[in-house]
Design a protein around this ligand. Structure first.
Ligand code: 9G3
Length: 564
């Protein structure tokens, strides 16, 4: 590949609206260009990386016994009606009509399509277990696409779906996929953690894990114990907790206190001169439309996923100001568990274990002191409804919990029969009885991996690609395209690498050496050979992109170094 003929439009500066490092560097290295918000073109060198990631995924999927197919992006609305999801998703599901006015969706995922396919083609136990996968463009009309390929509206996903005859078979496939994912993310050079996760809207009846690439730009927070044996998405993370000893101290009767304008925990700490942990924070929600109040200690955060799962709900949203006033009879910030009617009351177990507490009085500008759980308020449900926090201990006793930001690059689910039941994917077993197939589904964000890798592999000069997915292996740079000796040796080396099947990029442009070196730093190929003043003596300068030292050596030695 000769750079003078390639479209690799590097930029000195990233556009101002690019915030994430990976977004800036992939634009500056000429790898991607935005067509519309969340919609990208992969330029030739960006596409080379994308293809390499796909090949690694294919190898590992095939090794895990999955077979590749390709499903359409245009999905008939009837399928989504059959699965009951057509109206569950809002504007995120891109809908369109064909020329006959028939309704379609652009596929954000393919449970409906694959399950209806298998329903029509599989009818005997002898055909199972079976795992099918595709690498295909997905469409999700995100409200806020951002950070380049990290959150796009059109992106490349590997999605696999398994069909089995028992939960044991599903467990085996799930494990095979989990191990394949571990190999894939290792091979592409990611520092990642597999974490217990919440199945979310997809539902499913079993465990689910997310594969998180550690990066500060990541939207997810994961919680990992000191020795790593416990790892969970914050949405799901539990913590070690034991009931404190109950002292039978006499608690004075609850009293109202006038607290004008003090409605945030900070203001209350100021007002009462005490720690946040003696307060009860009561947050109001609508869960599938029903009013729910959740009380946690003042220094904790409500975990909405835990609340939703405790109630078996589908949708949870914060009650708005008007709702809060209607339910509590007070302005926002004065809600409390005592005397709150018209909402289901969920009390975090820490609050339930408090001897007494300060809480909102459900009256504007008033709080109550000495509110005693069980005496002054009764919970409808007591449980763990809070986020894990710094300082918590791991629920498996493996040390303190640590928090990291992560980019979700993979997600594996045990679906069960949720889709196979609705879409009729069943089979006749050995005794001729009709059985519903038990499913799993397994996703990898192929395009998102590119950004995650760049977030973990760059320096102040640009991208530093891991060898296995770099767009090429070696960058050959004649310092001056006008110098015959330099060009002669550079071209010789270039041809030798090509003959040896090693991908080389020859910077044969008539540019100043400084420009070439800056571009080479941006592009981030693993190795660089500069052919400069000593070309006449057959000597070149060898540099590895991830190291700062340069070594002068003969062209042969440089060739051998890279071949090795
Ligand atoms: C939708 C829209 C967005 C969605 C979904 C459906 C996420 C949806 C979850 C999954 C589950 C797994 C197979 C591969 C791995 C992930 N966003 N999910 O179902 F209609 Cl608009 O996609 N699917």
């Amino acid at each position: 590949m000769k750079q003078s003929q390639l479209l690799i439009p590097t930029l000195r500066e990233a556009p101002a609206d690019a915030e994430a490092v990976s977004h800036k560097l992939m634009l500056r290295a000429g790898l991607i260009r935005q067509l519309a918000s969340g919609v990208y073109t992969y330029l030739p060198f960006g596409f080379r990386v994308l293809k390499k990631v796909q090949e690694i995924v294919r190898e590992e999927m095939d090794r895990a016994g999955a077979q590749e197919l390709l499903m359409p992006a245009m999905q008939p609305a009837e399928l989504w009606r059959e699965s009951g999801r057509y109206d569950v998703y809002g504007p995120e599901l891109i809908r369109l009509k064909d020329r006959h006015d028939r309704e379609f969706a652009l596929g954000p995922t393919h449970e409906e399509v694959i399950t209806s396919l298998v329903a029509g083609e599989v009818n005997s136990y002898r055909q199972l277990p079976m795992t099918l996968y595709q690498i295909q463009t997905k469409y999700r009309d995100e409200r806020r696409p951002r950070f380049g390929l990290l959150r796009g509206r059109e992106f490349l996903m590997k999605d696999a779906y398994s069909f089995g005859r028992s939960w044991e078979e599903l467990d085996e496939t799930y494990r095979a996929m989990y191990e394949a994912y571990t190999r894939i993310f290792t091979r592409v050079g990611l520092n990642f953690r597999a974490v217990q996760a919440d199945a979310g809207a997809i539902g499913g009846e079993g465990e689910t894990h997310e594969f998180m690439a550690l990066a500060d730009i990541g939207e997810d927070t994961i919680v990992v114990s000191e020795n790593g044996t416990y790892a969970a998405n914050l949405e799901k993370a539990e913590m070690f907790w034991e009931r404190p000893a109950v002292s039978n101290a006499e608690i004075p009767a609850m009293t109202r206190v006038h607290t004008p304008g003090a409605h945030t925990i900070e203001q209350l700490c100021e007002f009462f001169g005490c720690e946040a942990s003696v307060f009860v924070k009561t947050i109001l929600y609508r869960v599938d439309g029903q009013a729910v109040a959740v009380a946690v200690r003042g220094d904790r955060e409500v975990n909405e996923t835990k609340v939703l799962n405790a109630l078996g709900g589908e949708i949870i949203e914060l009650a708005d100001g008007a709702d809060v006033e209607r339910l509590t009879g007070a302005a926002v910030g004065f809600a409390g568990p005592a005397g709150l009617n018209g909402a289901k009351l969920l009390i975090d177990r820490e609050v339930q274990a408090m001897e007494s507490a300060i809480a909102g009085a459900n009256e504007t500008d008033f709080h109550v002191e000495n509110a005693k759980p069980g005496r002054d308020f009764e919970a409808d449900l007591v449980g763990d409804y809070r986020n894990a926090a710094e300082g918590d201990l791991s629920p498996d006793g493996s040390g303190a919990l640590k928090f990291y930001r992560g980019i979700e690059v993979g997600h594996v689910f045990k679906l069960g029969t949720k889709y196979s039941e609705k879409l009729g994917a069943d089979y006749l077993d050995e005794e001729g009885r009709r059985r519903t197939a038990i499913m799993g589904c397994y996703g990898i964000g192929i395009s998102r991996i590119l950004s995650a890798v760049v977030e973990q592999h760059y320096d102040e000069n640009g991208i530093v690609w891991p060898e296995e997915i770099a767009p090429a292996a070696v960058h050959i740079i004649p310092a001056s395209a006008k110098d015959e000796a330099q060009m002669k040796l550079a071209v010789e080396l270039y041809e030798r690498f090509r003959a040896a099947g090693i991908e080389a990029l020859l910077d044969d442009r008539d540019e100043r050496a400084g420009v070439k070196f800056k571009d080479a730093d941006l592009l981030g190929l693993p190795y660089r050979i500069v052919v400069g003043r000593e070309a006449g003596e057959g000597r070149v300068e060898f540099k590895s992109r991830s190291a700062s030292d340069k070594e002068t050596m003969t062209a042969d030695q440089a060739f051998e170094r890279i071949v090795k």
